[in-house]
Design a protein. Structure first.
Length: 421
């Protein structure tokens, strides 16, 4: 499953504070004990206990700053928090990490204070701050948490119950924690969870990922992913054929695409695709016949147009890589085929213009060699075979670039064109 546990998405706000209770807890691993500046503490535990006391915070912060035990940013934040603790300006007037965590996680009613304090310190990531404020707003406007839960544990317990998933999702949608698409997708998954038809009856992302990481569950997990609409039928077929593991041991579409986009892995990936029969007919044709079609199409172009297409191929594919393809050291993949198609696109129009310019009044076109039609390329290049017109003095090659014989002057030339077409 690719969605986060619904409970975590909705109630992450219980964990927003404190990311950092900045009352200097320096790293004392390389300190020689006892430490005179820190109350003659004899070990790490004693030093931490000393620094956890509000009256000792500034002493510990100064010691950490002097000995480079905290970053400059941590030192700055620590001093601000120490000052606020002294003035009683922390949430619930908490003085230690434990007290602050207890206050902020103990009740949904305390979220406003905790988020405001975290925002004043600049320690809450912007995205999470925005989401927290949305939750605060709907609660202020009269909304209730799912099951009217008051604490993190209560909310997690309530939303972990399959029967309550819809209510929890409604809250997430109202608070705009999830986008409409995410809510729609989550509801689809929720129905499977309620029906206990998820792979291995997993109930959240972690459970499902753990279950589906076992290759013996591949078929069940792929079938579910298709049924839930996470992958298409074609993608499901490919996953089943590949056995869940791609070239180089890659797993998942994103990882395998990254692996196969590396030019050094192209041969391996193409070979894998051929062996597992997961390439489309067009992709197979590109691998087997793409080079021959490309070279054939190029050779049938007038020299000036051929030069333009060749420059395009070198610029798009890269001169070195193009040489590897021509020497059969690298296959033509779908990606390369698309670049070849792009370079050949519009050639038909250029050839038509060239052919029309060569048609004298009342005569026949000259010098319009065979080539490819507009929009052709590695995947669509036609055969260069030519029909033989009745009049042996007129070659079918003369009409390859002309889309309609009506463009050819009436008479012998048009008759020959129609026979060729």
């Amino acid at each position: 499953m690719k969605k986060e546990n619904i409970v975590v998405i909705i109630f992450f706000c219980f964990n927003l504070f404190p990311f950092y209770i900045a009352h200097a807890q320096p790293n004392l691993e390389n300190i020689t004990y006892p430490v005179a500046e820190l109350g003659q503490c004899n070990n790490r535990e004693e030093c931490e206990k000393y620094c956890n006391e509000g009256k000792n915070m500034i002493v510990c912060i100064n010691y950490a700053e002097k000995n480079n035990l905290l970053s400059k940013e941590d030192i700055k934040t620590s001093k601000i928090v120490a000052e606020k603790i002294t003035k009683g300006e922390t949430p619930g007037q908490c003085k230690t990490r434990e007290e602050c965590e207890s206050f902020c996680k103990g009740s949904i009613e305390n979220i406003n204070q905790c988020v405001a304090f975290g925002e004043s310190l600049g320690v809450i990531p912007e995205k999470e701050l925005v989401q927290a404020k949305k939750i605060i707003k709907i609660l202020k406007d009269g909304a209730s948490t799912p099951g009217k839960c008051k604490t993190k544990d209560e909310c997690e317990s309530y939303c972990a119950n399959n029967l309550n998933i819809d209510e929890c999702l409604n809250f997430a949608e109202k608070a705009e924690i999830l986008t409409l698409d995410e809510v729609k997708e989550a509801r689809r998954v929720a129905q499977f969870i309620k029906d206990e038809t998820t792979p291995g009856k997993c109930k959240n992302k972690n459970e499902c990922e753990k279950y589906c990481s076992d290759i013996s569950h591949l078929s069940e997990c792929v079938t579910f992913a298709e049924k839930a609409g996470f992958i298409s039928k074609k993608e499901a077929e490919i996953a089943q054929k590949a056995g869940g593991i791609g070239p180089g041991g890659c797993k998942g579409q994103q990882e395998c695409e990254a692996y196969c986009n590396d030019t050094s892995h192209h041969d391996e990936c193409v070979k894998f695709g051929m062996e597992k029969d997961i390439l489309t007919e067009q992709e197979k044709d590109l691998v087997k016949n793409g080079l021959e079609k490309m070279e054939g199409a190029l050779n049938n172009l007038p020299s000036d147009i051929k030069e333009d297409v060749s420059k395009c191929l070198e610029g798009s594919i890269g001169k070195e890589r193009l040489e590897k393809i021509r020497s059969k050291a690298e296959p033509i993949t779908k990606e390369i085929g698309a670049k070849i198609d792009a370079c050949f696109a519009g050639v038909g129009e250029k050839m038509k213009e060239k052919a029309m310019k060569s048609i004298p009044s009342g005569g026949t076109p000259t010098g319009a060699p065979s080539g490819i039609s507009s929009g052709g390329g590695a995947g669509t290049m036609p055969s260069s075979d030519s029909a033989v017109p009745t009049n042996p003095n007129i070659s079918c090659d003369n009409f390859r670039g002309i889309p309609s014989c009506n463009l050819v002057p009436a008479g012998v030339a048009r008759d020959a064109c129609n026979r060729c077409k």
